[in-house]
Design a protein around this ligand. Structure first.
Ligand code: DGJ
Length: 725
């Protein structure tokens, strides 16, 4: 890993594990992007710059960058508005008096040994970091661009800090985190869209001329569009070709844009959504943008996914949870919903003991007055009428069974029917002249306010510190609406979305740090806030409320495009499935739920003896492959067949072992045989496969493949293990 500056050509070469990122300072002082891809020599790259003529576009005022006629033929690291650049701008400012013009040119650079954290926001850990200083003297406005490369994964972490030195207020109407240009080519975009119980579905669309845009205006990243896009060559497949990934480390309203310009190049930019955003920056103040992780792979979409998985696992997710075994939980939600008693919980716990499950998680309904979802949120006081003997009665019963205790919270929410709302209705987000919109019959708290955050931190921490709790499921069942705060002045109301994000991170930080021995799992009606911002605090997130084998296979596959499977919590639930009504085999549910930190979510008092035996075998097996699941490389098959059969292979980093989980949706008669090729194995090693009772060379497995013989039923799975011989 090196950061090298060629003084003669003014070119920066940032070299990661096997990538080079290069840009240079052109003769008018702009930072001009040159290259991001497989590692190259430190050559002069001026010959790669566009020299098309006749564009009728504005030239750089007063000066002409050598060899380039206009902005839209010029690579960029940041684009600005008002001096002839008509591409999507990275930043737009407004000075007092209405001047919105901006031109940011080179003002120096530094190379830091340690990557500085971002004030109040999550970011990757890291070491060597380039800080490029750009400045507009006329506006008194600067931008510091941060770049970090890594020697164990092919990503570059970028962000920008905007600085006001003008002597007056500046208003930021847009303050994105980065811009980068890709060479003219035919690209597709892969994005992850969805909704509740159908999160992160993969969509691949050709990039057209104009702007492709994914965004959120919800003050949370949401299940609708994930803060991630991949730009891939039109002929890129799962295994071959170029793929770039752009992932925001951010959990509020975001935008990611990809513009195929008429000049040919493709500009990618994004960060905080500028819709309903204006930030007033006083003289001397800085504004930090969220980080973006940019990945490159020349081995297809799968290669990009593995690169991002390494980046998140090694440098973002809390270090102590990288390899350490995760809790295997029994969660009572789908077993009881709100209707439980101490006796019922203890009965579920009794039925879960001695099966390899180690943590009992008490879900929604233990606090305030909470018989259903209309009341109680915000009153983080144990309801001892419902829960005879309180939490401690349950905890001490669990201890007797050798089980730990986990607890559900939804700290960011408030019910209208709650003591806290009656005392402080203004704690809920809202505007004075409008009725608040309810979602899931509840309101979101105004996290832009320090007093509201203090209330939440104190009440959650008090429960955590007064009971023996080893696990927290942090839920979030609605996004804010009425984006107004009772305490922000009128000229700062459009800061709401980002201030809300800062408030969320403040809560995470203060509650996680105060409880270092508690394991936190994120959740948002399932996976409605599955993003890198959350993963910086919580090592795993409840992937979806939908644990039906068939739909989960697709949800987990989509999630793995960007996020490591170690981050995707998976449970085995009852049949007929509560979301889809589908009945699937118990073992299929176990296999699919083992492609991530596993657990159970059903009434254990109702399972059969045979199923109890299956639970025991499953937890034992899962513990045996857990390290592989938490740290291995994921290879998705390419759906070479009709999509009815799919498989995922997880391979140890040293290629000494692997596990392949195959899934067949429908049992179709007399259709062609499917071959699964467990990619990622080493061609030169030999592997014993117990399911085949054969030792085969890696090259045979990779090239010849296996023909899975599924059981005679729908929704069947098969697992193959490979151990180096
Ligand atoms: C939504 C979550 O995704 C569920 O698992 C459960 O915790 C409910 N909320 C409880 O209200």
């Amino acid at each position: 890993m090196a950061i090298y500056f060629d003084k003669e050509t003014k070119t920066f070469f940032l070299e990661g594990k096997s990538v080079t990122y290069a840009f240079f300072i052109n003769n008018v002082g702009y930072a001009e992007h040159l290259y991001f891809g497989d590692k190259i020599g430190r050559d002069c790259l001026m010959f790669t710059r566009g020299a098309l003529r006749g564009s009728h576009e504005a030239c750089v005022p007063g000066r002409m960058p050598m060899g380039i006629e206009s902005y839209n033929k010029m690579g960029c690291e940041l684009s600005f508005f008002g001096t002839g650049d008509f591409r999507e701008c990275t930043v737009q400012v407004e000075r007092e008096g209405g001047n919105r013009l901006c031109e940011l040119t080179y003002a120096g650079h530094e190379i830091l040994d340690e990557k500085p954290p971002i004030d109040g926001m999550p970011s990757m850990r890291g070491t060597r970091t380039l800080v490029l200083h750009l400045y507009d003297e006329k506006a008194g406005f600067g931008a510091d661009l941060f770049y970090t490369v890594y020697d164990d994964c092919d990503v570059i972490a970028r962000r920008i800090e905007y600085i006001n030195c003008s002597g007056e207020d500046i208003r930021l109407h847009r303050a994105y985190s980065f811009a980068m240009t890709l060479p003219n080519d035919k690209y597709d975009i892969i994005s992850l869209y969805g909704g509740w119980a159908n999160e992160r579905q993969i969509e691949r669309t050709p990039l057209h001329h104009g702007v492709f845009d994914v965004n959120s205006k919800r003050a949370c990243s949401s299940a609708c569009l994930n803060p991630f896009i991949s730009v891939v060559g039109r002929d890129t497949t799962e295994d071959f070709g170029t793929a770039y990934g752009f992932m925001l480390v951010y959990s509020s309203s975001f935008a990611l844009k990809c513009e195929h310009t008429n000049g040919g190049d493709v500009l990618v930019t994004g960060g905080i959504n500028d819709f309903d955003f204006t930030w007033t920056l006083a003289d001397g103040e800085k504004f930090s943008t969220p980080e973006v992780i940019i990945a490159h792979s020349s081995s297809g979409i799968g290669g990009m996914s593995r690169t991002l998985h390494d980046a998140l696992r090694n440098h973002l997710i809390p270090k102590k949870h990288r390899v350490a075994p995760r809790p295997i939980v029994i969660n009572n939600w789908e077993a009881t919903y709100f209707k439980f008693t101490t006796e019922k919980l203890c009965a579920i716990a009794d039925a879960s003991a001695n099966l390899g499950i180690d943590t009992f998680v008490l879900d929604d309904g233990w606090f305030g007055v909470r018989e259903n979802d209309t009341s109680g949120l915000g009153d983080w006081v144990v309801n001892e009428e419902k829960l005879e003997g309180g939490l401690d009665a349950v905890i001490s019963h669990l201890k007797g069974l050798g089980l730990k205790f986990g607890l559900w919270f939804e700290p960011e929410m408030i019910s209208e029917n709650s003591d806290i709302f009656r005392a402080h209705p203004d704690y809920a987000i809202g505007a004075p002249d409008r009725q608040r919109c309810k979602t899931r019959k509840q309101y979101a708290m105004d996290l832009t306010r320090a007093d509201v955050r203090d209330y939440i931190v104190n009440s959650v921490n008090s429960i955590l510190q007064n009971h023996d709790i080893s696990y927290v499921k942090w839920d979030y069942n609605r996004c804010p609406t009425e984006f107004m705060s009772a305490t922000l002045p009128k000229e700062r109301q459009r800061e709401f979305h980002h201030r809300y994000a800062l408030g969320v991170y403040d809560l995470f930080e203060r509650i996680v740090n105060a409880n270092p021995d508690v394991f936190f799992e994120g959740c948002a009606s399932g996976g409605a806030r599955f993003d890198a911002g959350v993963l910086a605090y919580f090592p795993q997130i409840w992937t979806s409320d939908n644990s039906d084998v068939h739909m989960r296979t697709a949800i987990q596959r989509g999630t793995s495009i960007a996020y490591p499977i170690s981050a995707s919590a998976c449970h085995i639930s009852a049949v007929p499935n509560h979301q889809t009504g589908r009945t699937t085999p118990f073992t299929s549910r176990q296999h699919i739920a083992s492609l991530g930190p596993t657990g159970y979510e059903l009434d254990m008092t109702k399972i059969t003896d045979e199923e109890r035996e299956l639970v025991k075998r499953h937890t034992e097996w899962y513990r045996g492959i857990e390290e592989l699941i938490l740290t291995g490389d994921v290879y998705r098959d390419s759906y070479r067949t009709d999509g009815n059969v799919s498989s995922v292979t997880v391979v140890a980093k040293d290629k000494s072992q692997a596990v392949t989980v195959c899934y067949r949706a429908l049992n179709l008669i007399n259709t062609s045989l499917v071959r699964i090729r467990p990619r990622g194995l080493s061609a030169s090693k030999s592997y014993y496969c117990p399911e085949l009772a054969l030792t085969l060379s890696g090259s045979t497995l990779l090239n010849v493949g296996i023909i899975p013989s599924f059981a005679n039923c729908d929704f069947a799975t098969l697992v193959y293990h490979f151990e180096e011989k």
